[in-house]
Ligand binder design. Structure first.
Ligand code: 5AD
Ligand code: SF4
Length: 440
């Protein structure tokens, strides 16, 4: 048997890409590849790219340029670009950077094995179609490799919302939900392989409407089906849009014990003028009322969000409205970004906020969010929480895991193992994590 070929994948961007990279590694496993952590060792390098923010394509080109020397030393080295930049740039990538052998869009990963074979024949391989078939169904994983205690599972892809700043509807295409039976099969398989917590992924995950045995299912119905799987202890989902937060999903947060008290619900901005220009189709008020309803179902739920500052024509007053909304919601975690122009999106044509102003606003916003996050984290001290151990800590007998609220927790737990779901009393709160002790 020939020595296995080595695959180096570099993943940028969101959890969806992390999941996709795992699937690509599995698909190429069938072609005799094993993963390596070093580009220098690799027979194939794949960049799984992200296009969400500025200069993504330029960064990919400069990264590719760095592989020139490697390719000169190793002419058989194959270089591929996957992900949203691949989708957006397509053939242009091979034109601008001839050392690229393969360009594959997010909807075509199941075709990687044939594409790889083509590159071995010395040809270029390009696929950025949006096929109808379920790529994950085709991406059969290798037999029962043991997995860590947490896993992502993509249930929905693409987006029809067309927020004025966002490339996702163009790079990931229209919203598509996977059929429920396939998701449940995959979830059962993950649990058999050691997974205890599944995070359902989708660009618009709560718009899920996959085919079920009796018509389309909602995300909440899917969660209740997952709830029946023995050995699966925790369910999460991300990312949600406020307008798709249906009643049954809100209710599930109050009644489904496996559904964790954490919700990532981006609002982007707090000014109705800006929200309208962003094409968000919700207002600050409707978002706040929604948060109220969610907290009525599950009082202790941790709310997480995304924010954009310096969206075209944002005034100081508009920005202040965002700060006011944040004060009212009190976020447990948040991701905040300075608006960056994505060519081809509607907002790219509008008058831009000067960079220095946007920078200054971002700093103020982040100062407020950091303070809130710390307060929420500190409020965990004294509480008894579930912690799912993910790996040993830096010190002897220490384990590190995530609480129900997704905070990292360090616990002195010498006899515990990775994958244990422990009851832990939180004793202190540090800059980036909590410390706790086992109960009982
Ligand atoms: N500029 C800045 N932030 C953006 N996001 C998406 N597009 C842009 C952009 N053009 C942010 C949004 C989204 C998150 C994933 O990335 O906040 O929710
Ligand atoms: Fe982009 Fe808006 Fe769709 Fe989220 S909801 S992926 S921000 S278009």
């Amino acid at each position: 048997m020939s020595a296995p070929k080595k695959l180096f994948i570099k993943t940028y961007g969101c959890q969806m890409n992390v999941y996709d990279s795992e699937r690509m590694a599995e698909a190429l496993g069938g072609q005799g590849y094993v993963e390596t952590k070093s580009a220098e060792d690799a027979d194939m390098i794949l960049l799984n790219t992200c296009h969400i923010r500025e200069k993504a394509a330029e960064k990919v080109y400069s990264e590719l340029g760095r592989f020139k020397g490697l390719k000169a030393e190793k002419p058989d080295l194959k270089i591929g670009v996957a992900g949203c930049v691949a989708q957006a740039e397509g053939e242009e990538i091979m034109r601008r950077q001839p050392l690229v052998d393969l360009v594959v869009g997010p909807q075509s990963y199941h075709r990687l094995p044939e594409m790889e074979a083509k590159t071995r024949e010395g040809e270029k391989a390009l696929d950025t179609d949006f096929p109808e078939e379920d790529k994950f169904e085709k991406l059969k994983s290798r037999p029962k490799a043991k997995r860590g205690p947490t896993a992502f599972l993509t249930v929905q892809e693409g987006c029809d919302k067309f927020c004025a700043f966002c490339v996702v509807p163009y790079t990931r295409g229209a919203e598509v939900s996977r059929p429920a039976d396939r998701i449940l099969r995959e979830a059962n398989d993950l649990v058999e392989r050691g997974v205890r917590e599944i995070t359902l992924l989708g660009q618009n995950v709560n718009a899920y409407h996959g085919a079920g045995p009796a018509g389309d299912m909602t995300l909440a119905q899917l969660i209740w089906e997952l709830d029946k799987i023995d050995g699966l202890e925790r369910i999460r989902f991300t990312t949600s849009h406020p307008n798709d937060m249906q009643d049954d999903l809100i209710e599930a947060h109050g009644t489904c014990a496996k559904l964790m008290p954490y919700l990532h619900l981006p609002v982007q901005a707090g000014s109705d003028k800006i929200l309208k220009r962003m094409n968000r189709s919700h207002t600050a008020e409707s978002y706040l009322r929604l948060i109220e309803r969610i907290r009525a179902a599950r009082a202790d739920i941790l709310i997480s969000g995304d924010f954009i500052v310096g969206f075209p024509e944002e005034t100081e007053e508009d920005f202040q409205a965002t700060l006011d909304l944040i004060e009212e919601v009190k976020y447990g975690t948040a991701y905040s970004f300075k608006y960056s122009t994505r060519p081809g999106t509607p907002a790219a044509e509008r008058p831009q906020v000067p960079a220095a102003e946007a920078d200054e606003r971002l700093q103020r916003l982040q100062a407020l969010l950091t303070r809130q996050q710390r307060e929420v984290q500190d409020s965990m001290v004294g509480r008894e929480l579930g912690v799912l151990f993910e790996k040993p800590g830096r010190f002897e007998g220490q384990m590190v895991g995530k609480s129900d609220y997704l905070h990292a927790v360090h616990v002195q737990a010498p006899t515990s193992q990775v994958g244990d779901l422990a009851r832990v009393r939180i004793v202190s709160s540090g800059p980036n994590s909590l410390a706790g002790e086992l109960i009982g």
